[in-house]
Design a protein around this ligand. Structure first.
Ligand code: LMR
Length: 332
């Protein structure tokens, strides 16, 4: 009996040496900052990614989502990402010029995409992939494109003809292409952070703006805009980006789980974006605060004529090769 008892003690001691008491490991935290409301396509997708990432990594990764510019406004969030203060963002494609990648502004050119299908040919094809690659030397890895939709215009007067824009102070995202677009219509563009837009409309700092219905409704912009025009003159979408050092430093296995979670979230986002915008437009209509206008074919033609010079003006800034490649891709 002596020998087995001793063996048991030795065995227990060996097990204790081989595996020290398990200590709960702190999860890896991904701070995901964005500027819009949780109910928007981007806000819902951020929450979807959080749920997938946390569940599929068994809690080894924790995603903290900060919506509505809670942490940073537009420009600041890009700096915070590069400094590593946050790990993930999904800025609008209009907001990449401060990183020195002006090519993304091609997505803001008026009427460049005749349909969502044409847009996706570009985003998911070689052009979209090459653009994400251009972020790498900036310390940023591009993971995916997320959709929002085509933009509408708003003001306190009907915007039916280009002449209706004369002298109107219009809020834009900080993009030279959008600046040129508003000037081509005869308006005075003013670049404001997204978080400043609804208050600026309320206080009369600006008189109108452009955005998607989901962004307008969730910030209640329509409450101080009596007229909306369903112009669909330009596109609003996002690139989901991460701090490259952080991403490359993740254990390989976790990174591939997160890449899969991002791919699945992107499919989810693409499936909900259009419906979310249709519902937001319907909610604006039901609010009774805003008259919604549809352009006649003649009015549409006049908008297109007024905005046609913008692409020529902006081509040198964006890169003629990118603009031509997009034109070629959407014509196929
Ligand atoms: C805006 O500033 O209007 C948009 O970029 C906000 C957003 O992220 O959709």
């Amino acid at each position: 009996m002596q020998i087995p008892a001793l063996a048991a003690v030795v065995l227990a001691a060996c097990i204790a040496c081989a595996s020290p008491p398990a200590r709960a490991q702190a999860p890896i935290v991904i701070k995901f900052s964005h500027v819009v409301a949780p109910e928007t396509p981007k806000g819902r997708a951020a929450e979807h990614f959080k749920a997938l990432a946390e569940q599929r990594t068994g809690g080894r990764v924790k995603v903290e989502v900060y919506p509505n510019s809670q942490l940073y406004r537009d420009r600041e969030e890009l700096e915070a990402l590069q400094l590593g203060a946050v790990q993930m963002l999904a800025p609008s494609l209009a907001k990449f010029a401060p990183l020195g990648v002006k090519e993304f502004e091609a997505f803001n050119l008026p009427y460049i995409f005749p349909s969502k299908k044409a847009l996706y040919t570009v985003l998911e094809g070689r052009i979209g992939r090459n653009l994400l690659q251009k972020l790498e030397p900036k310390g940023i890895t591009g993971l995916a494109y997320w959709d929002n939709g085509f933009k509408i215009m708003s003001a306190n007067k009907p915007l039916l003809q280009p002449a209706d824009f004369a002298g109107l102070r219009m809020r834009i995202q900080a993009s030279k292409v959008l600046d040129a677009q508003m000037r081509a219509l005869g308006a005075q563009p003013l670049a404001l952070a997204f978080s400043e837009t609804a208050p600026a409309l309320r206080d009369g700092v600006v008189e109108g703006t452009e955005n998607t219905p989901s962004n307008m409704f969730t910030q209640r912009m329509h409450e101080s805009q009596a007229h909306l025009t369903l112009s669909n003159h330009g596109y609003l979408g996002y690139a989901v980006i991460v701090n490259k050092k952080f991403w490359d430093g993740l254990p390989r296995e976790l990174r591939s789980i997160l890449e899969r979670a991002m791919a699945d979230t992107t499919a989810f986002e693409k499936a909900i974006a259009e419906r979310a915008n249709d519902e937001a437009l319907e909610a604006i209509r039901r609010s009774g605060k805003t008259t919604i206008h549809t352009l006649t074919p003649a009015q549409q033609a006049a908008w297109r004529r007024a905005l046609a010079p913008v692409t020529t003006q902006m081509q040198a800034r964006i890169g003629q090769d990118v603009v031509e490649a997009i034109r070629h891709a959407v014509a196929r």
